[in-house]
Write a protein that binds this ligand. Structure first.
Ligand code: 13P
Length: 253
C-alpha cells in the first residue's frame, strides 16, 4: 500500500475572535514545534478574518493554514467572496471546498464545488474536497451512490494525490456526537478511493489522503485513524480546544 502521511485538519467554522483564535493557534503551533519530527501533517482553517494573523502566529512551527471556502474566479465583482489566489496570498496552503454547510447554506452544487476546487489548484493550493451523505440518504441505502456522484461531480481535472485531499463527512455525524461504525467508515473510504481511480488513475488514487470528519474526538480518534483507508481527520468542534485537537493528532498511527 502507498504510504500516506496523515493530515489532522481543524475546521474552526465561524468561530474565533482574535483573542481566543490566536491563543489556540499559538498553543497548537507550540506543541507541534515541541514534538519535532511528527508522523502527521497539521492544518488549521480559521475564519477569513484571522488567516493572516494565524499564519504569522504558526510560522515556523509546521502548522499549515487553510481557508474554509473560496470563489471560483480569481477576482472581480463578487461582494463578500474571497478568491483562492487571495487565500494563497494571505499565507494559506490549503482550502476546504464543498463542506456540507456550504452545500446546504449556500446551495453549492457539485459543479460549483468542482469549479472552486479547480480555482484552488490553479492558485497552488491543496483542495480539501468534502463529500458525504445525509441521514435520509443513508437510511434509504444510498450512501455509496451519493458519495460516488459527489466524487464524479466535484473532483476537477488536474487533481492529483499532491494537490487534493478528500474529506468524507457524513452530514448526520457533523456536530451530533454520532459516528458511523468503524466498518461503515472503512467501507465508504475504500469505496471513495476506488472511485478516484476513474478520476486520477490507480497510482494517484492510492496516494490521495481521504480524511474522516464528523464528531471525531479524542475518545474515538484512535480507532478511526487506524482504519486502512482513513488518512486523517477533518475536525470541527474538537479542533477549537488545543488539548482535544492535539490529543486527536497523537492518535495517528
Ligand atoms: P464536528 O467535528 O464538530 O462534528 O465537525 C466536523 C466538520 O464538519 C469538520 O469540517
Amino acid at each position: 500500500m502507498t504510504a500516506r502521511r496523515p493530515l489532522i485538519a481543524g475546521n474552526w467554522k465561524m468561530n474565533g475572535l482574535r483573542s481566543d483564535g490566536l491563543a489556540l493557534a499559538a498553543e497548537v503551533a507550540k506543541r507541534l514545534k515541541a514534538q519535532g519530527a511528527a508522523s502527521f501533517d497539521m492544518l488549521v482553517c480559521p475564519p477569513s478574518t484571522l488567516i493572516a494573523e494565524v499564519g504569522k502566529t504558526v510560522s515556523g512551527s509546521g502548522v499549515a493554514v487553510g481557508g474554509q471556502d473560496c470563489h471560483a474566479n480569481v477576482s472581480g465583482a463578487h461582494t463578500g467572496d474571497i478568491s483562492a489566489a487571495m487565500l494563497a496570498d494571505a499565507g494559506c496552503s490549503y482550502v476546504i471546498v464543498g463542506h456540507s454547510e456550504r452545500r446546504t447554506d449556500h446551495g453549492e452544487s457539485d459543479a460549483v464545488v468542482k469549479a472552486k476546487a479547480a480555482a484552488a489548484l490553479k492558485a497552488g493550493l491543496i483542495a480539501v474536497i468534502c463529500i458525504g451523505e445525509t441521514e435520509a440518504q443513508r437510511d434509504a441505502g444510498k450512501t455509496l451512490e451519493v458519495n460516488k456522484t459527489q466524487i464524479a461531480g466535484s473532483v476537477p481535472d488536474g487533481a492529483t494525490a499532491a494537490n487534493m485531499v478528500i474529506a468524507y463527512e457524513p452530514v448526520w455525524a457533523i456536530g451530533t456526537g454520532r459516528t458511523p461504525t468503524n466498518a461503515e467508515v472503512q467501507e465508504v473510504h475504500a469505496f471513495i478511493r476506488n472511485e478516484l481511480v476513474a478520476k486520477v488513475g490507480p497510482a494517484e488514487a492510492a496516494g490521495v489522503r481521504v480524511l474522516y470528519g464528523g464528531s471525531m474526538k479524542p475518545g474515538n480518534a484512535k480507532e478511526l485513524l487506524a482504519l486502512p483507508d482513513v488518512d486523517g481527520g477533518l475536525i470541527g468542534g474538537a479542533s477549537l480546544k488545543a488539548d482535544d485537537f492535539w490529543a486527536i493528532a497523537q492518535c495517528c498511527p
